[in-house]
Design a protein around this ligand. Structure first.
Ligand SMILES: O=C(O)CCC(=O)C(=O)O
Ligand SMILES: [Fe+2]
Length: 236
């Protein structure tokens, strides 16, 4: 098919690392699991698969994760070339996977979603100070972007995002999903988990979201992104 036609009709070329059939199956499995979890609250409705699950981590676990984040932190980067450099102003911590608090957090998230550890990216922590934010964006990858050849061999497309708030923010810092009409207020231990794909296994733009600016206090979260294939730290 001609490249121009493909682009005009928004048809992505088939890529086995972003395979709609596989992505739809992962979406179905995780949604079915969360839908039968009495602690999970469905907030995505017909537009997206999105659930809230409270008390994923104890207050003590949250405190220890915050301490780890503060111990080693660097300016957050963007995978996307489309978000303005000012669009993500938080700082990031990459958790060592052998630490007990990292293992406890990833085990709890994996078990709740029913996704195997091999699909999980390195667990990240984010810290937002007053004025810091992450403007509206989607977490999925676009195959027509310069970052895709780099992300593709590292496990391919992103499937689910699971984020757990670690503290209460004095003011601001909510996560907003404008298309879903949803604003989530940070609460320690609360997880928000969503499928970045739609039910046909294609990127779901209804999952567009932002971390609203922190107005007072600070905000700490851990974020787990899952990939269609096995996560690879180095390329190959
Ligand atoms: O911190 C938040 O509320 C959202 C963060 C986010 O969207 C991301 O890190 O991709
Ligand atoms: Fe995001």
């Amino acid at each position: 098919m001609l490249e121009g036609l493909r682009r005009r009709f928004g048809l992505a070329q088939f890529d086995e690392k972003a395979d709609p059939a596989k992505l739809a199956r992962i979406g179905d499995e995780v949604r079915a699991r969360l839908a039968t979890n009495p602690r999970a609250e469905d907030r995505g409705g017909a537009k997206a698969d999105l659930f809230l699950v409270p008390d994923m981590l104890s207050p003590d676990q949250c405190k220890r994760l915050i301490k780890a984040i503060d111990s080693r932190i660097t300016r957050s980067t963007l995978f996307s070339d489309r978000v303005a450099p000012a669009g993500r102003t938080s700082s990031t911590h990459y958790f060592r996977k052998d630490l007990p608090e990292t293992r406890a957090a990833t085990a709890a998230i994996d078990a709740t979603l029913g996704i195997e550890r091999r699909h999980g990216e390195t667990l990240q922590g984010q810290r937002y100070l007053v004025g810091q934010e992450y403007r509206h964006h989607c977490d999925f990858f676009r195959q027509d972007r310069p970052y895709w050849p780099g992300e593709r061999p590292r496990g391919g497309q992103r499937t689910w995002t699971a984020m757990i708030y670690l503290n209460e923010v004095e003011e601001g810092g909510q996560t907003e999903f404008p298309t879903l009409g949803l604003v989530v207020t940070p609460r320690p231990g609360l997880m928000v988990a969503w499928n970045n794909m739609d039910r046909k296994g294609r990127p779901n733009r209804a999952t567009r979201h932002a971390a609203l600016p922190v107005l007072a206090g600070s905000k700490y979260v851990v974020t787990q992104w899952y990939r269609q294939e096995d996560w690879q730290v180095s390329r190959g």
